[in-house]
Design a protein around this ligand. Structure first.
Ligand code: PRP
Length: 182
């Protein structure tokens, strides 16, 4: 499929076929690692992770359930790292094998915070899966067990990633034209 990218997109960073292939590879890795577990709870972080999670969970063979959390930064604090939960899990994760699923690790604050919160709830295990992680020192310092792609520190949209809640449903990950967000 070689449709022209959306006019707000400067260039396609990861095309749809490469994303789909990587999702299958990640699912195969997860299947292998959880083969001896009765069930894994996939926790998607809204909104961004919903598209990745929906493809990932349908590629898995290991028995699994899906739940969601949503978090928000306090104000526009890209650097403060202050995060709060605005939607929490429906059930306790005590004794469960939990896999936290994110679309992107940018500053790393969200994933770091959620790792701490979920660990404190006593799961049998907690691992993380992120489709992408930016090549920023802060992000690279946050451990990710299953990582799709390392990407440059540019404004990306598509496959769940947004600009002001737009472009999430593009099938590829693209770099946003600077004039769109300036
Ligand atoms: C994005 C993304 C991650 C988070 C990563 O969510 O989905 O959850 O930012 O950024 P960080 O590593 O700097 O913490 P966002 O807050 O944009 O909300 P959204 O998923 O609803 O778009």
């Amino acid at each position: 499929m070689s449709a022209k990218p959306h006019p707000d997109i400067e260039r396609v960073l990861i095309d749809a076929a490469s994303i789909q292939q990587r999702v299958q590879e990640l699912a195969a890795e997860i299947d292998r690692d959880y083969a001896d577990k009765p069930r894994v709870l996939l926790v998607g972080v809204l909104k961004g992770a919903f598209i990745f999670l929906s493809d990932l969970c349908r590629a898995l063979n290991v028995p699994h359930a899906v739940d969601f959390m949503a978090v928000s930064s306090y104000g526009m604090t890209a650097t403060s790292g202050a995060v709060r939960i605005i939607l929490d899990l429906r059930e306790s994760i005590e004794g469960k094998h939990v896999l936290l699923v994110e679309d992107i690790v940018d500053s790393g604050h969200t994933l770091h915070y959620l790792q701490q919160v979920l660990t404190s709830r006593g799961p049998a295990s907690l691992r993380t899966c992120a489709l992408s992680r930016k090549e920023r020192p802060e992000a690279m310092g946050v451990p990710v067990d299953y990582l799709g792609f390392t990407i440059p520190d540019v404004w990306v949209v598509g496959y769940g990633l947004d600009y002001a809640d737009t472009h999430r449903t593009l099938p590829y990950i693209g770099v946003l034209k600077p004039e769109v967000y300036r």
